[in-house]
Design a protein around this ligand. Structure first.
Ligand code: CO8
Length: 257
């Protein structure tokens, strides 16, 4: 995949996407978001990939949407183009997504993190939605997904002041799954992604869909969705294999069928 602003690689069954625009702290411009969407589509369609890791550099996961690219836009342009709608490609990814975050994850960078499923943060990571400081507001899901991740009081604090939060506060607040020393970040992300990618893909995709349904529906509807999906897994060979392997005290050989 020939890209200019991201790098991709595959380790085992894990696809890696590394944001690579160092002179702008990985600020997300339209071209970069397009490249991320293409890479996700390719990994999504690849039967040998079970999980994708999204990461940046030691200094920045991404310091936001590209402010310089956006400054002169007009409302009619943003409306007609449906500016920022293309970012939904990250949220629409059906395979599990692990964010490996070091340094700044601000504005749109933080919003991309909020679209990921497991968030591994280096102790150097700093999260924030500072759009209020530049005359706008979060526009790629920040006001909605942050509330669901950390609750209203913390989300209001971050959105209204634009302050940054350290990795430890982000973990306490529920934005981050685990915090690790910066030197361990990539290995930890690979280990988590590997653990996910060696499971049955039908299973991990179904789990992701069910957990995300919790944000979209009532408890009773969500519980029904979960139970029906759970029941549906009994139609898969991987369920038979997983339970047989347990009984026979061996590792399961999942076939995604
Ligand atoms: N957009 C464009 N360029 C950026 C961005 C950005 N978001 N962030 C950093 N850069 C550039 C800087 O302009 C600088 O470039 P240059 O060397 O050419 O001047 C380079 O990256 C390095 O940055 P700094 O020199 O500022 O590095 P510091 O270590 O001094 O500071 C900070 C790091 C604190 C992260 C600082 O760069 C900063 O505050 N960045 C902006 C953070 C921000 O406000 N992010 C939110 C942006 S808005 C958003 O994401 C969603 C709303 C949608 C708005 C529409 C946009 C498409």
């Amino acid at each position: 995949m020939p890209f200019e602003l991201i790098r991709t690689k595959v380790i085992g069954r894990v696809g890696w996407i590394t944001l690579d625009r160092p002179d702008a702290l990985n600020a997300l411009n339209a071209a970069m978001v397009g490249e991320i969407a293409s890479a996700l589509a390719a990994f999504g369609a690849d039967p040998d990939i079970g999980c994708v890791v999204l990461t940046g550099s030691e200094r920045a996961f991404a310091a936001g949407a590209d402010i310089k690219e956006a400054g002169e836009r007009t409302y009619p342009e943003t409306f007609i183009e449906d500016f920022l709608a293309s970012w939904d490609a990250v949220a629409r990814m059906r395979k599990p997504l692990v964010a490996a975050v070091a340094g700044y994850a601000l504005g749109g960078g933080c919003e991309v993190v909020l679209m990921c499923d497991v968030v591994i943060a280096a102790d150097t990571a700093r999260f924030g939605l500072p759009e209020v400081k530049i005359g706008v507001m979060p526009g790629a899901g920040g006001t909605q997904r942050l509330v669901r991740a950390v609750g209203k009081a913390k989300a209001m604090d971050l959105c209204l002041t634009g302050r940054m939060m350290e990795a430890s506060e982000a973990e306490r607040s529920g934005l981050v799954s685990r915090v690790v020393p910066a030197s361990d970040l990539l290995a930890e992300a690979q280990a988590v992604a590997e653990a996910i990618s060696t499971k049955s893909r039908i299973n991990t995709m179904a789990i992701k869909e069910a957990v995300n349904r919790a944000f979209e529906t009532s408890l009773s509807e969500g519980l029904l969705f979960e139970r029906r999906t759970f029941q549906a897994l009994f139609a898969t060979l991987d369920q038979k294999e997983g339970m047989a392997a347990f009984a026979e005290k061996r590792a399961p050989q999942f076939r995604n069928k």
